[in-house]
Ligand binder design. Structure first.
Ligand code: CP
Length: 294
């Protein structure tokens, strides 16, 4: 039984194994493979989600698991119960694994040390979002065959991005080259030792252009430039996208602020793999759940 708290602590072979099992589940034509029939999994989301929550639920149901969905807004968290007591409550009722999304970074690690069931990180503050990065890597592998030697530009709100961090750790372990592009107020200085910050012009000369959502809810409003200024300086506008090399793929973890970090038409363009990324969330999460419980 294995937790998945992040990709920083996995080695390259463990990440490759997960990507190989993702391919296995992706190629599985049967919708239901009930290998987890006797297992109960709780999806515990203390922060909102659409893609991660539903693709975990889809993955669990495809594996035949019994699924308990927990959302903090409809729980005793509203009466002041702690995250720890909530997880211990579900554990004491007999769940076999917990998928968990939390707003404060670092709490997940402490929880994992105190409970005996495997925990799977579904988004941990600005720390890591390992299953998102795994589906991103799988999408890149589908496009290019291998990750070694790829140049990947991650553009936007790096400071608040758990997606950027998990991608950085995993991509560099697998031999890809990562560079960041962000305005000063969205940079993460502690990551500068691992990936350089480059201009938007330089960032667009890459195999993968990964745009990030401006996380408006995590910025003080007076610290932000206007959406139009951001689009002009850092957005993947139709004009910028038209100058990308034809082999370059466009990615975004979503949700997307259309016409802020990426233009509406670019989301839907032939170089965009934003919707295939979402589809890949299901087999990735099947592989991660299988690793946790079998
Ligand atoms: N990419 C992602 O984590 O989306 P959700 O917040 O909708 O789960």
């Amino acid at each position: 039984q294995r937790s998945l708290l992040g990709l920083k602590d996995l080695d390259a072979s463990e990440i490759s194994q997960l990507l190989n099992r993702t391919a296995y589940w992706d190629n599985q034509k049967e919708k239901l493979t009930p290998v987890l029939e006797a297992h109960f999994i709780s999806n515990m989301f203390f922060e909102n989600s659409t893609r991660t929550r539903f693709s975990f639920e889809m993955a669990e149901k495809r594996l035949g698991a019994q699924v308990l969905n927990f959302t903090s807004a409809a729980s005793s968290v509203e009466k002041g119960e702690s995250i720890y007591d909530t997880v211990r409550t579900l554990e004491s009722m007999g769940i076999d694994a917990g998928v968990i999304r939390l707003k404060p970074a670092g709490v997940l690690q402490q929880l994992a040390e105190k409970v005996s069931i495997p925990l799977i990180n579904a988004g941990d503050g600005n720390n890591e979002h390992p299953t998102q990065a795994l589906l991103d890597l799988y999408t890149m592998k589908q496009a290019f065959g291998e990750l070694k030697g790829l140049k990947v530009s991650i553009i936007g709100d790096i400071m608040h991005s758990r997606v950027a961090r998990s991608n950085l750790w995993a991509l560099t372990k697998l031999g890809a080259q990562v560079q960041f592009c962000a305005p000063e107020n969205m940079r993460a200085s502690e990551l500068a030792a691992y990936a350089p910050y480059v201009s938007i012009e330089e960032a667009l000369k890459a195999d993968v252009v990964m745009m990030l959502r401006v996380q408006l809810e995590r910025h003080a409003s007076d610290m932000l430039q206007s959406a139009e200024d951001y689009r002009r300086q850092y957005g993947l506008t139709e004009e910028r996208a038209s100058k990308l090399d034809k082999h370059t793929i466009i990615m975004h973890p979503a949700p997307v602020n259309r016409n802020v970090e990426i233009d509406d038409a670019v989301v839907e363009s032939s170089q965009s793999l934003i919707f295939p990324q979402m589809a890949n969330g299901v087999p990735v999460r099947m592989a991660v759940i299988e690793r946790a419980l079998l």
